[in-house]
Ligand binder design. Structure first.
Ligand SMILES: [Fe+2]
Length: 259
């Protein structure tokens, strides 16, 4: 059987949320997506996702929300992570004592999908080793899932590629998030893992990767403190659709989407 996974890149601000409210259900239906995973870690005005915004995103059509380095930036996210571990996960390599869980098993149309979220450690927080964390999760969940999917939220292209190569054939789909710019390397690796380094973002095209230009320049050009806010401009969603053969666990086709 072919199982279709729609992965949607980092939702930026209310405008990104509103865009998915308008478009996501229609896209899922048109594509025949069985499961939709959305990275929501910038949904609440760039930093984190509060409970209300997470609920909006789920209502808009996300089946699973993944997070990243801003997982705990909104004050009530921790409680929601603990309350709904079936629909929202945070990177698995945060301390185990933190709220929430790093993976969940979704049952979609009779297929058990192990969804995992990890945070890269290159140029980001010094969390647990993502390679070893992933190995531990796959070992512990062996036999409990049919296919596995990973959102590798990371800064470094090399780290995302390294994870993909290390787990090629063990995870059906690995997609990268965090850098907000879609990469042109969507591919199926030799072992059958569908892979893209970064999906890109769901946010406004003005500004700098979703944020208003002036505060970013103040930080990067002037080295002065700055408060970021969501940019203006046309809002688009960047995503990828992966078709997975549930008998072999291999991705058979994949395509990038803009809507
Ligand atoms: Fe991020």
């Amino acid at each position: 059987m072919t199982f279709k996974i729609l992965a949607v890149g980092d939702v930026v601000g209310k405008v990104g949320l509103a865009h998915l409210q308008e478009t996501l259900h229609k896209q899922k239906q048109a594509l025949g997506a069985d499961l939709c995973i959305v990275n929501g870690e910038n949904a609440s005005e760039i930093k984190g996702i509060c409970r209300a915004d997470a609920e909006t995103l789920l209502f808009a059509g996300a089946d699973i929300i993944t997070l990243g380095n801003h997982a705990y930036s909104a004050p009530d996210t921790g409680a929601f992570l603990d309350a709904r571990p079936d629909v929202i996960i945070r990177p698995a390599n945060f301390p185990a004592t933190n709220p929430g869980y790093g993976y969940t098993i979704a049952n979609a149309n009779g297929t058990r999908v192990l969804c995992i979220n990890l945070l890269g450690t290159v140029n980001l927080a010094p969390l647990d080793n993502p390679f070893l964390t992933l190995e531990r999760i796959l070992d512990a969940q062996k036999g409990k899932y049919d296919i596995a999917v990973l959102d590798m939220h990371a800064e470094a292209t090399s780290e995302k590629y390294a994870i993909a190569r290390a787990f090629d054939g063990k995870i059906s789909v690995i997609f990268g998030t965090h850098t907000h710019v879609p990469t042109a390397d969507l591919q199926i690796l030799p072992g059958g893992t569908g892979y893209i380094t970064d999906l890109g973002m769901t946010g406004p095209e003005g500004g700098i990767i979703g944020a208003k230009t002036e505060p970013v320049l103040r930080m990067l050009r002037d080295h002065m403190p700055a408060r970021f806010s969501v940019a203006d401009g046309r809002v688009r969603a960047r995503a990828a659709l992966f078709c997975v053969d549930t008998d072999t666990g291999r991705t058979t086709s994949a395509k990038q989407l803009v809507f």
